[in-house]
Design a binder for this molecule. Sequence first.
Ligand code: RRO
Length: 306
Amino acid sequence: MDTRTKIAGVELDSYVLNASGVRDTTLEELEAIAKSDSSAIVMKSCTIEPRKGNPEPRYMRLQLGSIQSMGLPNLGYKEYVIFSSQLKKYNKPIIASVAGSCADDYREMVSAFQDSDVDLIEVNLSCPNLEGKTLAYDFEQTGEILRAISDLGDKPYGLKLPPYPDVYHIQVAELIEKHGVSFITLINSIGSSLIIDSETEKPVIKPRGGFGGLCGDYIKPIALGNVRAFYELLKNEVSIFGVGGIKSGTDAFEFLLAGADAIQVATTFEKQGPSCFGRINKELIEILERKGYNSTQKVKGNLKYL
Ligand code: RRO
């Protein structure tokens, strides 16, 4: 079974890798990902300065996923530039993720990673847990950030995006095409979600009055819808990482049909640890074999219609 895939020309040995944000902040955690069956090493979104993140409790497992408001705890981008050289020996693609608060921040961090050992740069415009708005919902600011980072080097960069309702799909696709974005990661957690414990009459996480990003099974149909919509608009010009509620080979296969070039696992990685990547990949291969396909590429985007 050929499960190789490419994101922006960078080859991945399998369809399954980790998503930014889970167990990927320290070198020790990143080395655990490097030694797992994840087909790449995606690092935690980083900022100019180190951050402790939001007060606890800030992550809550739920029956069908999780809600969190981590608040970007990370070691500062300079550490991740160093980590990229330390992780190179594992011979796996390394993906940086940057999260700034303005175009200058993005320019400084993307510029540093252009001169590092990472293979791809994910520009996170969709953290839902900071004060102020989610950047990717402001198209003017998104355009400004894209203009600031497009001339900094040859490494492909992509955007981590929030879910969009259909009225914005064409506008976002135009921005992506106009600014040379090579890949997109769809979707980030769904911000401004609220889980309430009726017994205690309190939210289940502390920051920002309980508002946080919803993850897991709850968001899979929305992730699939965004992957499909952008796949149809961008065809094969821009690679797509699917993320949101993938816990089995069946989930991964659904994202493959929708048009994702590879999938990233977050909540299930938090719950099950690094063994989840090999398991999901094995289950995906079993489904492909049972259906008589000999590669993921043959299936990508081939959703059938009723
Ligand atoms: O750290 C976080 O709170 C966080 C980030 Br940067 C993100 O992109 N998505 C998310 O759900 N949480």
